[in-house]
Design a protein around this ligand. Structure first.
Ligand SMILES: NC(=O)C1=CN([C@@H]2O[C@H](COP(=O)(O)OP(=O)(O)OC[C@H]3O[C@@H](n4cnc5c(N)ncnc54)[C@H](OP(=O)(O)O)[C@@H]3O)[C@@H](O)[C@H]2O)C=CC1
Ligand SMILES: O=C(O)C1=N[C@H](C(=O)O)C[C@H](O)C1
Length: 249
């Protein structure tokens, strides 16, 4: 059975790639494309079954609400879905039998593994910090991937009974120590020439471990996007990340 797919943010860096790979897939049909200024109703008018969102952190929550209200499955790559928005979405999906939304902080298979490895390593180290590095056109900081990684590390550290890492800083008027997400320092670099990269640095007496992932091309995200599009139709409710469809859970 062919899945009817719509794309939100279709003229953007990610959305345009998604349109291309969906168009090339034998089991998917691109039925609607929407970008800034277009009417979102064209997604429901075209009877899209699954819509992929790569828009902007300021619009993604409203977009997903539209999808749920119209009985359309969602695959969300856009960053900036807060805990409050996710909780609200979970509640809405509870009342929408059979409908699924996947919110995926990073579709790169290597990035999913990096997050998993970082969470596994977290309990063995006193210190952990994240450095995320992106192209300079990125709107938000820290990245969705870094935020998710920090949450997973924070959960692993609390489950292991670990408190904050050692840090004698008492004076940091310009926030040189970066943002703090779930107790983990996150540093954001924006630089011409980059696409999407992240290092997780872990340290204890006499050693460090660095886990690094690099997306050099947006092609790296496409297998994960296609996997989510094909999976979401049989995954009711809210799914966060690709881990469960990759059998990592
Ligand atoms: N999960 C993942 O693996 C990945 C996630 N991302 C995330 O995806 C998002 C998009 O990234 P990227 O493609 O680089 O960004 P772009 O700015 O290149 O693309 C976003 C597109 O969406 C359009 N847009 C903005 N608001 C709306 C709206 N309300 N309805 C329809 N279209 C809209 C923009 O139009 P205009 O330019 O006119 O505003 C633009 O064409 C970001 O949040 C980014 O972090 C990116 C890569 C991978
Ligand atoms: O804006 C990007 O480019 C990316 N955004 C996502 C994020 O915020 O983590 C995923 C990836 O890092 C690329």
């Amino acid at each position: 059975m062919t899945i009817r797919v719509g794309v939100l943010g279709s003229r953007g860096r990610m959305g345009s790639e998604v349109c291309r790979v969906v168009g090339e897939a034998d089991d998917l049909e691109l039925v609607a494309t929407v970008d800034e200024g277009d009417d979102i109703a064209s997604l429901s008018d075209a009877d899209a079954q699954v819509v992929v969102d790569f828009t902007h952190p300021s619009s993604v929550a409203d977009n997903v609400r539209f999808l749920v209200e119209h009985g359309i499955h969602g695959v969300v790559g856009t960053s900036g879905m807060t805990t409050e928005v996710l909780d609200d979405l979970r509640t809405r999906l509870d009342g929408a039998a059979g409908l699924g939304v996947m919110v995926v902080p990073n579709f790169g298979i290597g990035a999913v593994l990096m997050m998993r490895f970082a969470a596994q390593a977290a309990r063995f180290y006193d210190s952990v910090e994240i450095v995320e590095l992106h192209h300079p056109n990125k709107a938000d900081a820290p990245s969705g991937t870094a935020t998710r990684t920090a949450q997973l590390i924070g959960e692993a550290r609390s489950a292991a009974g670990l408190g904050p890492g050692p840090d004698a800083t008492t004076h940091d008027p310009d926030h040189a120590r970066g943002a703090t997400v779930d107790g983990v320092h996150v540093h954001a670099v924006r630089m011409a020439g980059l696409v999407a990269h992240q290092e997780v640095l872990l340290g204890s007496a006499g050693e460090t471990l660095t886990i690094r992932h690099d997306s050099f091309d947006r092609a790296s995200f496409m297998p994960g996007v296609l996997l989510a599009v094909r999976s979401v139709v049989s995954r009711p409710g809210l799914t966060i990340g690709l881990e469960s469809v990759l059998d990592l859970d």
